[in-house]
Design a protein around this ligand. Structure first.
Ligand code: G4P
Length: 521
């Protein structure tokens, strides 16, 4: 039993102050730079360059992050908390590389809104589109920041048309840019008619730039949507800001708009009902687990997005499915400067819970143990490889290492019914490099990831008789995932089609909801 700890109106009030959001972008569009300036405005850091410096210090401590350094990409995601004008922001950093879309997807399940950063010279790029689609699946409202106006840029109308056409989204420019590159003079607010000049000592606007601005503003007002907070929150309309993250221009406007219009934590879908943030009972779900942040300690941090109630340090929460009671004694909140132990947290906040592998992605934690959040899927891997060990005596060690990396979501593992080897599955090829180097550096295992006969993995379910028949007839393709759930490994799309036709009562699923893993009690 749990005692009500805070009046619901306090919980509501605190929840309403929260803005939990993610930044999505194609690599190089300026996500890190924008993050930095948002943190500066929020007082979380005091000079630009800190985010990167911190990243490098972290990398130096962990070998697998060498990959990040070598390839110049960011593959881990972090959470950062800061305040601005009375609002508490939890900024989720999503990995930009396409190979990590699985991780990114999970991170986005913890966000209530997103900011899409677009390079003004490039427009919508492949990764922007993919991430946008993930947001759309969940109707996450999006604000757009068209970045790098201080460089040569494409025409603003052309960019807005592209966003609107390619993403099927209404766009409402909040301010209009005057010029770009060396001729970038500032932005004209379409709602207040104020002009915000760009640069420290702005020169007068050349006549041609001013004429074009006047013409553009007239056309934009006549032809483009006006901002509508309701349409934005429903995910149909995106307000657009033009600016320069590097020069800290228009970043404040974006942040102020987030504080004012971005949604506070929304109710979360659970198995039998929706859980409202204002409810007394504390609940949350694990959307990410990060292990071996320090190679000397095999500790893991589970990132939990709080969904309801007032969380207090030392409280006991029950893990869905297993019924395990977990005393949360050292919850961490993530600030840009450092991580701090927190005494209390509210819906929308992300807390880190250090643990030894008990908590997994998709788990629900709640006081009663009766809530099971849904909606964090496992993805069907697109690349399946067979693991061959340099030293065959280390099989047990390998099994443990794979289980732990699978828990973290680095890979998926399958144990074929026949044979004594493991199959690993990943969504993109870069994940294979990460897996190999982590096996080597963190577990001392030299492993080759060689071609396997399999082409696709599907989670199967069927009435018991059908399942038995299917298993009997297809032993060569049967395997178990890390939780023992039956998976069919098909050698080709053709084979998959063939068995699906032959066994119409068997369902072949590409994903598996993680909350199903522990099963109903
Ligand atoms: P990402 O996280 O989306 O991958 O992008 P990041 O912020 O790292 O920015 C990518 C590059 O674009 C960086 O340059 C950054 O300085 C630059 N950039 C970001 N915003 C702006 C902007 O508003 N204007 C201009 N002109 N450049 C911008 P880099 O040379 O790759 O890195 P660095 O040497 O500056 O660290």
């Amino acid at each position: 039993m749990y005692a009500p700890a805070a009046m619901p109106h306090t919980i509501s009030r605190e929840a309403q102050r929260r803005r939990t959001f993610a930044i999505i972008s194609h690599p190089d569009a300026g996500k890190t730079t924008l993050t930095e300036h948002l943190l500066l405005l929020g007082g979380a850091i005091h000079e630009a360059g800190r985010v990167k410096a911190r990243g490098e210090a972290r990398r130096a401590r962990s070998d697998w992050m060498k990959i990040e350094q070598e390839r110049g990409i960011s593959v881990t995601s972090a959470v950062m908390t800061f305040e601005y004008e009375g609002a508490v922001f939890n900024l989720l950093d999503t990995p930009g590389h396409e190979d990590f879309s699985e991780d990114t997807y999970r991170t986005l399940t913890a966000a209530d809104s997103a900011v899409m950063v677009i390079d003004a010279a490039k427009g919508i790029e492949s990764q922007t589109r993919k991430l946008f689609e993930v947001c759309r699946l969940r109707d996450i409202p999006i604000m757009t920041f068209v970045n790098k106006l201080d460089r040569e840029a494409r025409d603003a109308f052309e960019l807005l048309d592209e966003i609107s056409d390619q993403l099927q989204l209404d766009v409402a420019p909040m301010a209009w840019p005057a010029g770009h590159g060396l001729n970038f003079k500032g932005v004209y607010d379409l709602y207040t008619d104020d002009f915000a000049p760009f640069g420290d000592s702005p020169a007068p606007m050349p006549a041609d730039v001013r004429d074009k601005l006047e013409e553009d503003v007239e056309l934009a007002r006549a032809g483009l949507a006006r901002f509508d907070a309701g349409a934005y929150r429903e995910g149909h309309l995106s307000p657009v800001f033009f600016g320069s993250a590097l020069k800290n221009f228009a970043v404040r406007d974006l942040l102020a708009a987030l504080a004012r219009h971005a949604p506070s934590p929304r109710p979360q879908a659970a198995r039998d009902r929706e859980v409202k943030p204002s409810e007394h009972e504390v609940s949350g779900f694990v959307f990410k687990v990060q292990a071996n942040m320090d190679p000397n300690h095999r500790d893991r941090v589970a990132f939990v997005r709080l969904a309801s109630g007032r969380f207090r340090r030392n409280m006991k929460l029950v893990q869905s499915g297993t019924g395990k009671v977990i005393g949360v004694h050292n919850p961490i909140l993530f600030f840009a400067k450092e991580r701090e132990t927190v005494d209390e947290a509210w819906p929308g906040d992300i807390i880190g819970i250090p643990n030894h592998g008990v908590l997994r992605v998709g788990d629900t934690l709640s006081e009663s143990g009766e809530i099971v959040f849904t909606g964090i899927p496992n993805f069907a891997p697109e690349i399946l490889r067979r693991v061959r060990l340099g030293d065959p005596m280390k099989q047990k060690h390998l099994a443990r290492a794979l289980a732990s990396l699978a828990e973290e979501g680095v890979t998926q593992v399958f144990k074929p019914a026949i044979g004594s080897y493991w199959i690993v599955g990943v969504v993109g090829p870069l994940q294979l490099d990460v897996l190999k180097s982590r096996l080597r550096d963190e577990y001392g295992l030299d492993a080759e990831l060689e071609a396997s006969p399999y082409d696709a993995a599907r989670w199967i379910s069927a009435p018991r008789d059908d399942l038995e028949k299917f298993t009997e007839g297809n032993r060569g393709g049967m395997a178990a995932d890390r939780d023992g759930a039956p998976v069919f490994l098909a050698k080709s799309a053709w084979e998959l089609g063939y068995v699906a036709e032959k066994f119409p009562r068997v369902k072949f699923a590409k994903t598996r909801e993680r909350s199903d893993v522990h099963g109903e009690k």
